[in-house]
Design a protein around this ligand. Structure first.
Ligand code: ATP
Length: 439
């Protein structure tokens, strides 16, 4: 603003000084002033804006960018941080250690998780709901985060799980043709099954195939509670948004309510079964809206347990997330060992420019993507602590850390590849067939 005011002042001065000059001279002075003063200043203002916006955080279901301050995100969204006492309670109730993602603070925020634990403590059932929008042939490591964590929750609490494949979402937002998005959905289901979910207690369904009957009744009930203004303010829709975008949040909301599943998935007397949703924090706006609507329909508000993002290969520190929209930002779980090595070697690191400086100052761990990936996937706490100390204090090189990460990721991917190879079409059909889960 100050720069613009200064430009106006300068402009007035040029005009003032030119009062007694001829129109030709005035024109000449104006052009000179535009070239020498206004253009460089405008350029400066634009550059400042650009720098500001690239460091500003954006976290929505559609865009995650900038340097993310996770504390600020929960303050803005209004969810609650998961503290040690809640983690202790999860461990006590499940009689097992908390998952690495919970213990290390990657799943860091919640809504009503305490109520879900109360429900479990009373001996009442709840169910889990998570999802995937099929935007690529294969999942990437970032997509694995909610699924691996959901698998742990399903095993620890022994509860049913529903997984929505939002093939409609990718048609609406990514303009994928509907046949392609259904095909990608089925391919992604194989990756999901390969994570090891309990076949007798998991129902996977596609939006296209499922929205109808009781599910659709709930979609309409929910959508009827959401005004255009509310959708616009929650999701940032503008007048150009298609009306499909307006209806989709209700399609994603419906599985939070057990009555959406009429297929004897849940017995009749358990119409209103509490739901816990594990997801990344970018999905919070969908479920904030769902929670607003729930009491008006006599439904229980879904609870949430929310994670930070698995970062992109070429991001620095907390910038953005690994996304299928940028193939080079991601390691896919069908990547070859050679590709994994090449991609990890291209990752942004916090190592110093030369060995001498590395030994002297150590790596900047908060900016180091290979170290961050290890902190998600290297389960051995003692080894992680050792790398943290040695690399952070300069006794380990970036090459050493990348080499260890290549081993860890290749092992995960190899294990997953074998599990996926064992997934047959019959298994996919079985997971996707509605059937009673609470048995
Ligand atoms: P993409 O553009 O990669 O397809 P997406 O967010 O559209 O990303 P979805 O399949 O819609 O992917 O998301 C499924 C779940 O995975 C959501 O909970 C989402 O927040 C989570 N997720 C996606 N990417 C990451 C990531 N990099 N780190 C952690 N969670 C992620």
């Amino acid at each position: 603003m100050e720069t613009i005011e200064k430009m106006i002042e300068d402009f007035k001065k040029v005009l003032d000084d030119s009062t007694h000059t001829s129109p030709e001279t005035l024109k000449h002075e104006m052009i000179q002033w535009l070239d020498e003063t206004l253009s460089p200043r405008l350029k400066q203002v634009l550059e400042e804006r650009e720098t500001q916006s690239s460091s500003e955080q954006t976290v929505t279901p559609f865009v995650v960018s900038g340097k993310i301050d996770y504390e600020k995100v929960i303050l803005k969204f209004g969810c609650t941080k998961i503290d040690e006492s809640l983690i202790d309670r999860v461990e006590r109730l499940t009689s097992r250690g908390a998952h690495v993602f919970l213990r290390r603070g990657f799943f860091y925020a919640h809504r009503d998780l305490d109520k879900i634990l109360d429900c479990h403590e009373r001996g009442d059932k709840f169910y889990l709901y998570t999802g995937r929008g099929p935007s690529s042939e294969s999942l990437h490591l970032g997509h694995l985060i909610p699924f691996l964590f959901t698998k742990y929750l399903q095993e620890a609490f022994k509860v049913p799980l529903v997984i929505q494949i939002t093939d409609d979402e990718k048609k609406i937002w990514k303009k994928l043709n509907k046949e392609k998005s259904k095909r990608l959905g089925r391919e992604n289901v194989k990756d999901i099954i390969a994570c090891g979910f309990d076949a007798s207690n998991t129902f996977i369904f596609s939006s296209y195939a499922t929205v109808g009957g009781k599910f659709y009744e709930n979609v309409v009930e929910i959508a009827d509670c959401v005004t255009v203004n509310k959708a616009n303010s929650t999701f940032g829709f503008t007048g150009e948004a298609s009306t499909a975008k307006m209806i989709f949040p209700s399609v994603q909301a419906a599985p939070s309510f057990s009555s959406s599943f009429p297929h004897k998935l849940f017995p009749d007397e358990k119409k209103n079964i509490p739901c816990l949703i594990p997801c990344a924090i970018d999905q919070d706006p969908y479920f904030r809206l769902t929670r607003d609507v729930a009491p008006r329909l006599d439904f229980i508000k879904p609870a949430l347990i929310e994670s930070k993002f698995f970062p992109a290969l070429r991001a620095s520190g907390n910038n953005g997330k690994m996304s299928a929209s940028d193939a080079n930002s991601a390691i896919y779980i069908n990547d070859s060992a050679k590709d994994i090595k090449r991609k990890i070697n291209s990752a942004v690191t916090g190592g110093r420019d030369n060995l001498e400086d590395q030994k002297k100052y150590g790596a900047k761990l908060e900016e180091d993507i290979p170290f961050q990936y290890l902190s998600f996937f290297l389960e051995d706490d003692a080894e992680l602590e050792h790398i943290k100390k040695e690399y952070g204090e300069g006794r380990m090189t970036t090459g050493d850390v990348k080499k260890r990460l290549v081993q860890v990721v290749t092992e995960i991917v190899e294990r997953h590849r074998m599990a996926r190879a064992a997934v047959t079409d019959e298994m996919v059909d079985a997971f996707m067939t509605p059937r009673p889960l609470f048995e």
